[in-house]
Design a protein around this ligand. Structure first.
Ligand code: NAD
Length: 502
């Protein structure tokens, strides 16, 4: 994977962006199609408010067409009946094509979502490639079982794909969150209909075309653009969809479970919101290193990260030194700027509406008596959607800023006196996606890992991991896991075949 090309300047990227012609349709049956009713929706560049493209806005009839296309591909077996090695080869070629189109995809992602281009090239795209290649490699590593029986019987346990899977994904890592669903789903032999987030759909449409270019049969990977309450809801209610796999907010996750109940009891796999605590114990071994990671844990991707470490719980003995270093490190590292500039480390928020919501939460925290140590407002002009990196002190457990997901560059910092108090504060949340503990004592770390109500816990680090790490939450952060071979199995169902040999 080529990393950010240091010889490319902001102007080079801007010139390349001007040459792009983003695909604007849905992707159904291997080709780009417009909405049946002709409806469209705008894609806006959040860094400057300019229109990038008008893309198709799907309704129920468009979802019906996409599901019918996927269902036809499922029924005739053009994908699931290929040998594991053939499917593996298609996914490997898909990864190669994504790599070859890295610059185009990075530009589309940056224009559509506002993510700094260096982040797309150095973080998102390498992760996307690792994901496709990992699940491609897993395809022929899965076994069934032959159980112990009497001689006159034979019992096989096999894993089969589910059928048509609907994937509904968010805008914060548009390609990567989609790929965490697509790669295991397709590797397992399913057909898929993806509904990407309406705020940033452009790269996902390219991924669909590249799948076909890689030799993926038409109709196996379909995509319908549109808004959640229209195309998303239609997909989640569809009687021919066997599973909905979702990443997004907890509120929408709850709706999806209801839609499954109202329709066909389809499986619903949810990766939802978070409010992750980072706990800094008094014996941590290196305050500078801990602060460094804490800053990245909240401000990477402008805080638009489900597992963002948005609650900093700091032992009182460290509190003043921690805050002082945190502020200095933030000011050194995170400068909001033009996301097409390769030196930019923080882009705008993904949309005007989201920026307004984040600023409202900061204002509410101040009205309730908390204070902004840094940040607290928008920055870099009216036409863009930037929010300055913000640290809030003086918040109490019951305040909305501590309890509710902000999904922006906003952290709270709170002091604690004892381990029990830290754990109580950490677990006092409807969410349980991730947490971190900083301590030099292994026993303390082990005890706290066991006590933390979170699906992912980091010790003396934040955000580390690889494809072997099951990623997902406890409590209202979700009910499933992305990554890891378990994710591949979650797109399959178990069949028991009992043979009477008499
Ligand atoms: P969102 O829930 O508003 O939207 C996510 C997707 O759901 C979009 O494609 C949207 O169109 C669709 N949708 C909205 N309403 C729908 C409906 N009624 N029926 C069907 N689909 C509908 O979330 P968002 O604002 O795009 O993303 C931010 C959220 O995603 C945050 O809460 C964040 O924590 C979460 N997230 C979680 C993870 C994880 O792995 N746990 C990863 C990334 C983001």
């Amino acid at each position: 994977m080529s990393s950010s090309n240091p010889t490319r300047t902001r102007d080079d990227w801007a010139r390349a962006a001007a040459q792009l012609t983003p695909a604007q349709g849905h992707f159904i049956g291997g080709r780009s199609v417009q909405s049946r009713a002709g409806a469209t929706m705008p894609c806006i560049n959040p860094a400057n408010g300019q229109l990038i493209a008008q893309v198709a806005r799907g309704q129920a009839e468009d979802v019906d067409a996409a599901v019918a296309s996927a269902q036809a591909a499922w029924r005739d077996g053009r994908w699931r009946l290929q040998s594991p090695r053939q499917r593996m080869a298609v996914l490997q070629r898909w990864a190669d094509l994504i790599e070859q189109h890295a610059h185009e995809l990075a530009l589309l992602e940056t224009l559509d979502m506002g993510k700094p281009i260096s982040d797309v090239l150095n973080i998102d795209l390498p992760e996307v490639l690792r994901t496709v290649r990992y699940f491609a490699e897993c395809i022929d590593k899965l076994d069934g079982a032959v159980t112990h029986t009497a001689p006159e019987a034979m019992h096989l346990i096999t894993h089969e794909p589910l059928g048509v899977v609907g994937a509904i994904t968010p805008w914060n890592y548009p390609m990567l969150m989609a790929m965490w669903k697509l790669a295991p789903c397709l590797a397992a032999g399913n057909c898929v209909v993806l509904k990407p987030a309406e705020q940033a759909p452009l790269t996902c449409t390219r991924l669909a075309q590249l799948f076909v270019d890689a030799g993926g049969p038409e109709g196996v990977f379909n995509l319908v653009n549109g808004v959640g309450a229209e195309a998303g809801q239609a997909l989640a209610l569809h009687p021919d969809v066997a599973k909905i796999t979702f990443t997004g907010s907890t509120a929408v996750g709850k709706l999806l479970m209801a839609y499954a109940g109202q329709s066909n009891l389809k499986r619903v796999a949810l990766e939802t919101g978070g409010k992750s605590p980072q706990i800094f114990m008094p014996d941590l071994y290196d305050l500078d290193a801990a602060v460094d990671r804490a800053v990245g844990g909240i401000y990477d991707n402008a805080g638009q990260v489900c597992n963002a470490g948005s609650r900093l719980l700091v032992h009182r003995s460290l509190y003043d030194a921690f805050v002082e270093r945190f502020v200095a490190r933030t000011q050194q590292t995170y400068r909001p700027g033009d996301p097409l500039d390769p030196t930019t480390t923080m882009g705008p928020l993904a949309s005007r509406g989201h920026q307004a919501g984040v600023l409202k939460r900061i204002a509410l925290a101040q009205a309730e008596g908390a204070q902004c140590v840094i940040g607290g407002g928008s920055t870099l002009g009216e036409e863009a959607t930037f929010v300055a990196p913000t640290l809030i002190a003086g918040a109490t457990q019951s305040m909305a800023i501590v309890q509710e997901e902000v999904f922006g560059p906003v952290a709270t910092v709170q002091a604690f006196d004892t381990e029990a108090q830290a754990l109580q504060m950490a677990n006092d949340s409807i969410y349980g996606l991730a947490a971190s503990v900083w301590t030099s004592d292994l026993k303390t770390a082990h005890r706290m890992v066991g006590a933390l109500e979170a699906g992912v816990v980091w010790v003396n680090c934040f955000g580390d991991g690889d494809m072997t790490q099951p990623f997902g939450g406890y409590k209202q952060s979700g009910n499933s896991r992305d990554k890891h071979i378990d994710s591949l199995l979650s797109y399959m169902q178990t069949k028991s075949a009992w043979f009477n040999l008499v």
